[in-house]
Design a protein around this ligand. Structure first.
Ligand SMILES: Nc1ncnc2c1ncn2[C@@H]1O[C@H](COP(=O)(O)OP(=O)(O)OP(=O)(O)O)[C@@H](O)[C@H]1O
Length: 303
């Protein structure tokens, strides 16, 4: 059922030596939703995913449909993971490799063929794993993750290194999986891509979750942080005006400046009323990037 909680990760923590790389991370994945897991390099996304999947030891627990993964007899029917292409012997041919994995979980051969078709790899079925392109390897990894028809999909940086065509395919594919009722977790540092893909965003900064919100809320909050870029011949006069009305103007060279705290309509109206000339002003669309940079900045200030 859409919105039903399928995965509940609580209090995930992990240290390497005396370095605490994850600190009390909690995540909830819901049926019918793509959750975007974003964070800078080294923030701890991969470590979180490995803990969730039981591939790494640490503190905390993750329940899949109410139970830890190890209590499920066939974990592949609960969660499918794509952790960077397809893992297997490089000399094995794709279809044979998938059939071998399928046999281990009592999945019939026909499912391998239908999944190869689903991910658009029917023509590559006889290629050796070593001969697959990066995009093909990602698709093959997805086919492998889907063998047990799990209701949960977890993908670590699946868009890494893909060309725009493959990224688009991936986006549409994952949206399709969510539309079928699966809960999908995707980690990425490609914020523009995530904005188009995710229903919900979890932001990780230095091992801690600093935001977990629906994308609609993220974009609303980003709108509040929107930056206006402008050009004006008398920046000191404009700066005074902006400050008087609760905004902040920062010169960026020449006659250009950025303004935060006021939107373009307000700035334009105030300038007109005060007789301060403006050559042009521009306000970008609210983006996940604005939101992300905002929360990451606040986090660095307080810690
Ligand atoms: N086996 C390990 N031994 C020591 N430190 C580790 C190990 N694995 C990860 N780390 C450290 O833990 C931190 C989190 O790493 P992790 O790979 O989870 O981050 P990430 O968010 O996935 O980053 P990226 O986007 O670069 O993959 C980093 O500082 C990393 O150096």
């Amino acid at each position: 059922m859409k919105g039903e909680v399928l995965v509940e990760a609580r209090g995930l923590s992990r240290s390497f030596g005396n370095k605490r790389v994850l600190d009390d991370v909690s995540l909830t994945l819901r049926a019918g939703e793509v959750t975007g897991f974003v964070g800078a390099n080294g923030a701890g996304k991969t470590t979180t995913i490995q803990l969730m999947l039981g591939l790494l030891r640490g503190e905390g627990q993750t329940h899949y449909l109410g139970r830890p993964l190890h209590e499920w007899g066939a974990p592949g029917t609960v969660v499918g993971a794509v952790l960077g292409g397809v893992a297997g012997h490089s000399a094995h041919r794709l279809r044979a490799h998938l059939r071998m994995v399928a046999a281990g979980s009592a999945v019939p051969d026909e499912r391998v063929d239908s999944l190869l078709e689903t991910v658009g790899l029917t023509d590559a079925a006889r290629r050796k794993l070593a001969e697959l392109s990066l995009g093909m390897a990602q698709r093959a990894g997805i086919a492998q993750a889907l063998l047990g028809d799990p209701p949960v999909l977890v993908l670590d940086e699946p868009a890494n290194g893909l060309d725009p065509h493959s990224i688009r395919w991936l986006r549409e594919f994952l949206r399709g999986q969510a539309a079928q009722g699966k809960a999908v977790l995707v980690s990425s540092h490609l914020l523009g891509e995530m904005e188009q893909l995710a229903d919900r965003v979890v932001v990780l900064t230095r091992g801690r979750v600093v935001a977990a919100e629906p994308m609609t809320e993220v974009l609303k909050r980003a709108a509040d942080r929107r930056i206006v870029t402008l050009e004006a011949p008398d920046l000191p006069a404009l700066a005074k005006l902006v400050t008087e009305h609760g905004g902040h103007l920062a010169p960026v060279g020449g006659q250009s400046a950025t303004v935060t705290g006021l939107d373009r309509v307000r700035i334009g109206t105030l300038a007109l009323q005060a007789g301060v000339p403006l050559y042009w002003l521009h306000e970008g669309n609210p983006s996940l990037e604005d939101f992300y940079l905002g929360v990451a900045q606040e986090e660095f200030k307080i810690s």
